[in-house]
Design a protein around this ligand. Structure first.
Ligand SMILES: CSC[C@H]1O[C@H](OP(=O)(O)O)[C@H](O)[C@@H]1O
Length: 338
């Protein structure tokens, strides 16, 4: 189902490549040391690639799933069944469900065009998020970032890392402090890879160092991505985000969340109602296949956590900056049809 390919994209950071009857996904499990694409030729293969984190990042998995449905339609498969399979690949990022539902609301004959529309709009949305955020990023800013939210987590540009990239492109002399983000190390492996590619000054730290950095150095803000925003402003994001937000609060450092409107899930009342994905114990007990714990060590591996709205200074979307009280302001957004 999943075949490897060394197909080169126009940009070495292109996470998703549609080839008409196959979907090529940059294997993010192997970056930065190996650049290799996994070729998916069925919806099942795309679902497997999402679950295995070949492709990851809320917007990226949504777009990948959309093309997975195109494969299902091309092959005359049961579309409802494959939509359910794709949605179930990972439970926390609402963009996955949103993208699949958007496809299901589109005539099947237009599915390939719709998948491309989602692909293209993601880039425009991310650039708009980056623009909206610039008023919050000062010159010579030092910013702490968690996980990976850049071109690899989206179709291109990214959300929180896109804000940092645009600040850099604007000559703001921004410095990104990148949480390595155990256990999958998206920060150390992927965000560092992106910052090097774009020439963004950066420093990788272990997750536990972020509070000490805020205590001992000038940190202008923290900016993170997001997998789901509940109606009251609670945010699901990569595990470790809650701890970072607590430390930011303790040190009076602004804590920003960057996400597209498609990540706002007003049908979910609060963070407690968001399903938190739990992943395999091997992600913690092994590093690159090497056992690092005693055999049979008990492990708890939530892939996300919930940051309460009270710890969030602002939520930056492509249409503007949302500030507290989030419940009222998110409801107002919805009433505007956004
Ligand atoms: C731009 S959303 C990226 C979002 O997704 C990451 O999770 P994962 O690497 O498990 O897909 C993380 O929560 C990021 O903030």
């Amino acid at each position: 189902m999943l075949k490897n390919s060394t197909a080169q994209s126009q940009s070495r950071l292109q996470s998703i490549l549609w080839q008409g009857s196959t979907l090529h996904l940059l294997d993010q499990r192997r970056l930065p040391l190996v650049t290799e694409y996994v070729v998916c030729d069925t919806a099942d293969a795309v679902a497997e690639a999402i679950q295995e984190m070949v492709v990851r990042g809320a917007p990226a998995i949504g777009v990948a799933a959309a093309f997975g449905l195109v494969l299902a339609a091309q092959q005359g498969e049961n579309l409802e069944e494959k939509a359910t399979l794709l949605k179930a690949a990972r439970p926390t990022a609402v963009n996955l469900m949103w993208a699949v539902d958007t496809m299901l609301q589109t005539p099947v004959s237009d599915w390939e065009k719709k998948a491309f529309a989602l692909y293209d709009s993601d880039v425009l949305v991310n650039k708009a998020i980056g623009e909206q955020a610039q008023s919050l990023i000062p010159e010579n800013a030092t910013v702490i970032h968690h996980c990976n939210t850049g071109s690899l987590a989206t179709v291109d540009y990214g959300t929180a890392l896109g804000v940092i990239r645009i600040a850099h492109e604007r000559g703001k002399n921004i410095h990104a402090i990148l949480d390595e983000t155990r256990p999958r190390l998206q920060g150390a492996r992927l965000s560092a890879y992106e910052c090097q590619a774009f020439g963004i000054p950066h420093t990788v730290i272990v997750d536990g160092a972020a509070p000490w950095v805020m205590r001992t150095r000038q940190v202008d803000c923290c900016i993170v991505g997001c997998d789901r925003v509940a109606a009251n402003g609670d945010v699901a994001n990569k595990i470790g985000t809650y701890a970072l937000a607590l430390a930011a609060k303790a040190h009076n450092v602004p804590f920003y969340v960057a996400c597209p409107l498609s990540t706002l899930d007003l049908a979910t009342p609060n963070g407690e109602a968001i399903e938190i994905e739990e992943r395999s114990t091997k992600e913690i007990t092994h590093i690159q296949g090497q056992l690092i714990c005693p055999e049979n060590t008990p492990v708890f591996n939530p892939a996300f956590d919930i940051t309460p709205a009270a710890l969030i200074s602002a939520i930056i979307t492509e249409t503007g900056i949302i500030t507290p009280p989030y419940a009222d302001n998110l409801k107002a957004l919805k009433s505007q049809g956004l």
